[in-house]
Design a protein around this ligand. Structure first.
Ligand SMILES: [Zn+2]
Length: 120
């Protein structure tokens, strides 16, 4: 997403983010989050699907941390993509994470369906 402007969080963003976390944990049992200095300069986070691990860059601002957590949690819900679909999957994950944090609240909001297991 563009870093030039600071968008306003959706009023239910925290609840929706916790719903996403709950769904991830229900599906995977546990997830390990680690802070690391080993990521590439342009990487804020990285998800390892086979081991349920998420690496987070050590120098993130609070907002970058929140956005990265939303992004990696959406990855964990959606699962891995094939190599030739990775770029398209990144765009989808980014759109859903942005919608969850900043988007309008509507019944059709895909991020809400993901964050709440498709039950609302
Ligand atoms: Zn990603």
């Amino acid at each position: 997403m563009a870093k030039s402007a600071t968008p306003t969080l959706h009023p239910s963003a925290l609840v929706d983010l916790m719903g996403l976390m709950q769904q991830v944990l229900a599906g995977r049992g546990s997830v390990t989050f680690s802070v690391t200095g080993d990521l590439a300069d342009n990487e804020y986070g990285c998800t390892w699907f086979d081991t349920n691990e998420v690496d987070l860059a050590e120098d993130l601002t609070g907002r970058e941390f929140m956005e990265t957590m939303a992004h990696e949690l959406v990855h964990l819900v959606r699962g891995p993509a094939f190599e030739d679909e990775a770029a398209a999957e990144e765009r989808i994950v980014e759109r859903i994470a942005n919608e969850l944090l900043y988007g309008e609240r509507t019944a059709a909001r895909p991020a809400l369906l993901i964050a709440h297991g498709g039950t609302r």
